[in-house]
Design a protein. Structure first.
Length: 418
């Protein structure tokens, strides 16, 4: 069984999509930020919302309907089923409260860091670093050739390539780096599950050279909004950004580059200026983007890009972490608030004395299961009431029987709380 912290469980229940119809929409990132502010003021953590008595006060303070929060937090069975399904497909889930959550997102994006990340591949790659390569879906031949050259150069220099997996520049950059033996981080706006099971992705994932992540649930389809929303996540995981081709004042590449150039401090944003480049590239230079240097086969990517951007001070500033950026045991609130912030892009590490409490998916589902078994119930009826598959319910009932939490009655076979 997959284990998750109580904080992570609460965040997933509030913000996660588990497929199928729902009476209440999961919280948006902005709405979740409202909740976090209220929890901070009340010196509480997300896991405190698993206690019904706390929901009322937080709902009132955040101006979010109590009924909606309560409804979302009651989705324990659906959460358990969804996580089991994702685990079987090689998809993992981490939340902003987890120690594995990338410090780059906390430091660079602050309150805009996504509360949930879904992913496939080696989590150690979440430490990030490398060159973010982005550009138009409809890139010309010159742009394609340039993208391949840069991606292969990064691979030879053991410098990761970060991109978005979209048609055009993104896919060219990712495939070229992987084919050259490099490491790639793909920040997807949609279809994480479908992408992760393609033949090429499976091989690279198993080799530990590919990490796929998304702030959107694994089955999510494409939308312009999700594509625009992930642009800042691409830059945030990298050390530098490179725009291969950008349309002037339109499209995700232009908006994402503009957003990063406005961010203070931000990542250095390079732009291709060789050959026939679109107007958008030229205009980005006027906004502060840096001309990408001529490649040298023997040059180290990090060193060359650092030297080229030396005249563009972009040092990240340390920021004060929120209450939920690193887990800590109860009673350590005052100490945690006074501790110095995590330095730039260093993975958040909990102190050795802090123990993260975890709960298995079975443990999360058990209270709901026992509530439904106040009266003897057949498996088929119970599966329908809880909206889960019979094989999954059978597995939970089998463990509950072994734990003597439920008992089995005679014929026809029914189950009831022990």
């Amino acid at each position: 069984m997959n284990a998750m912290s109580e904080d992570a469980k609460a965040i997933l229940l509030l913000c996660g999509h588990f497929g199928g119809a729902s009476d209440f929409d999961p919280l948006s990132q902005q709405e979740y930020t409202q909740i976090v502010k209220c929890l901070l003021e009340k010196k509480m953590r997300p896991s405190d919302l698993l206690q019904p008595d706390n929901v009322c006060s937080v709902a009132a303070a955040s101006a979010l309907p109590e009924q909606r929060l309560t409804g979302l937090l009651k989705r324990g069975v659906k959460l358990g089923f969804a996580v089991e399904q994702w685990n079987r497909s090689g998809i993992w889930v981490i939340c902003r409260s987890d120690i594995e959550y990338p410090a780059r997102y906390r430091n660079h994006l602050k309150g805009k860091a996504p509360p949930i990340l879904y992913g496939a591949g080696d989590k150690s790659l979440l430490q990030g670093g490398g060159l973010a390569i982005v550009g138009s879906r409809n890139v010309d031949a010159e742009g394609e050739s340039f993208t391949r050259d840069v991606a292969e150069w990064c691979a030879r220099g053991k410098f990761p390539v970060v991109s978005g997996g979209a048609r055009g520049v993104d896919q060219i950059a990712m495939s070229s780096a992987l084919q050259s033996g490099g490491t790639v981080i793909g920040v997807l706006a949609d279809s994480l599950l479908r992408t992760s099971v393609t033949r090429d992705a499976r091989h690279a994932l198993s080799d530990g050279r590919l990490l796929l992540i998304s702030p959107y649930y694994p089955e999510a389809g494409f939308s312009v909004g999700t594509a625009m929303g992930r642009n800042k996540l691409i830059y945030a995981l990298a050390d530098y950004g490179l725009v291969v081709s950008a349309d002037f004042k339109k499209g995700g590449t232009w908006e994402g580059a503009q957003e990063e150039l406005r961010r203070k401090p931000g990542r250095p944003v390079f732009v291709r200026m060789t050959g026939s480049v679109p107007k958008g590239n030229k205009e980005l230079v006027k906004l502060g983007a840096i001309r990408f240097p001529a490649l040298c086969a023997s040059s180290d990517p990090d060193s060359l890009l650092k030297q080229t951007s030396a005249g563009q001070p972009q040092q990240e500033q340390a920021v004060e972490l929120s209450l939920f950026d690193t887990p800590f045991a109860s009673g350590t609130l005052a100490t945690a608030v006074r501790e110095p912030p995590v330095p730039l892009d260093k993975p958040a590490v909990a102190p050795p004395s802090i123990v993260q409490e975890t709960v298995s998916i079975y443990d999360a589902v058990l209270p709901v299961l026992l509530t439904a078994l106040q009266k003897p119930s057949a498996v088929a009826d119970l599966a329908k009431r809880l909206d889960v598959s019979k094989p999954q319910l059978d597995a939970w009932l089998k463990k509950a029987l072994a734990d003597k939490k439920v008992r089995k009655t005679g014929r026809p076979v029914r189950y009831v709380k022990a």
